[in-house]
Design a protein around this ligand. Structure first.
Ligand code: ATP
Length: 238
């Protein structure tokens, strides 16, 4: 099987600081892949490079067999690649409904958009209850749900999730991860997940990559990484 998303030897810099020093990743259709690593390892930078928010110095990014590096970021969701950024970035003064509608702003298939809205409200009933409330009045967990829901409104084939657990209480985090799993299973959405909560990420994913200072130092089945003593010591708090 061909990867749906592939990074070949990506190098990128902030000024003179090289943040990614040759990252190669493959994501196959239907997978959940986790990228774990300490603060500053380059996880968010990798997602921003994929999305075209950050230019790359070297390497190739392929999505569905096509080179996408250098493409304007707004071209990617219509192609089926959508990111949920770190910190959620929902629109606080727009309602839940309006935030979700923006996820589908470039689509014209009104009936299908309605169906997708029903699907999102089915996944996140709490958002349906709050559909006329402003995004800014939602709790942190609800805002994360809204950010994921908004991305789903673009009907992504690949969803990039940046730290969905950030700043949320453990119970809510578990709920969000259950829904991530559900989206993957019921919608067939492929997911690349960046997380500092390595334990949860590796429990949810089938495969994982471990990043350290801009390099991949390990890649394996998530099951194998979870039981690796080095990983347990460095990233799973043992
Ligand atoms: P985090 O969990 O903090 O998001 P991360 O693994 O996602 O960590 P990145 O945010 O990708 O790490 O950062 C990778 C490296 O790039 C770090 O050394 C960081 O200091 C540096 N960096 C990130 N953003 C910038 C920026 N806007 N300007 C300069 N350096 C940056």
């Amino acid at each position: 099987m061909e990867p749906i998303l592939q990074l070949n030897d990506i190098v990128t810099s902030y000024g003179r600081i090289q943040a990614l020093k040759g990252i190669s990743i493959k994501v196959f259709p239907g997978e959940i892949v986790a990228m774990i690593g300490a603060n500053g390892a380059g996880k968010s930078t990798t997602l921003m490079a994929i999305c075209g928010i950050l230019p790359i110095d070297r390497g190739e990014i392929r999505f569905k067999g096509r080179s996408i590096q250098g493409m304007p970021p707004e071209k990617l969701p219509p192609m089926g690649l959508c990111q949920v950024p770190e910190g959620r970035r929902i629109f606080p003064r727009l309602t839940v409904d309006e935030n979700l509608a923006l996820g589908a702003f470039y689509r014209h298939d009104t009936e299908e958009i309605e169906k997708d809205l029903d699907t999102v409200y089915g996944l996140f009933p709490i958002l349906k209850d709050r559909r006329r409330q402003h995004g800014g009045t939602l709790s942190g967990g609800e805002q994360q749900m809204l950010a994921i829901g908004r991305a789903l409104m673009s009907r992504p084939q690949v969803l990039l999730l940046d730290e969905p657990s950030l700043g949320l209480a453990p119970l809510i985090v578990q709920k969000i991860f259950d829904i991530i799993d559900d989206i993957n299973k019921t919608q067939g959405t492929t997911i690349l997940l960046v997380e500092q909560n390595a334990n949860l990420a590796l429990q949810t994913a089938q495969r994982g990559y471990v990043l350290e200072t801009g390099r991949i130092i390990m890649e394996d089945r998530a099951e194998t990484l979870i039981h690796n003593p080095e990983i347990r010591k460095a990233y799973l708090g043992e």
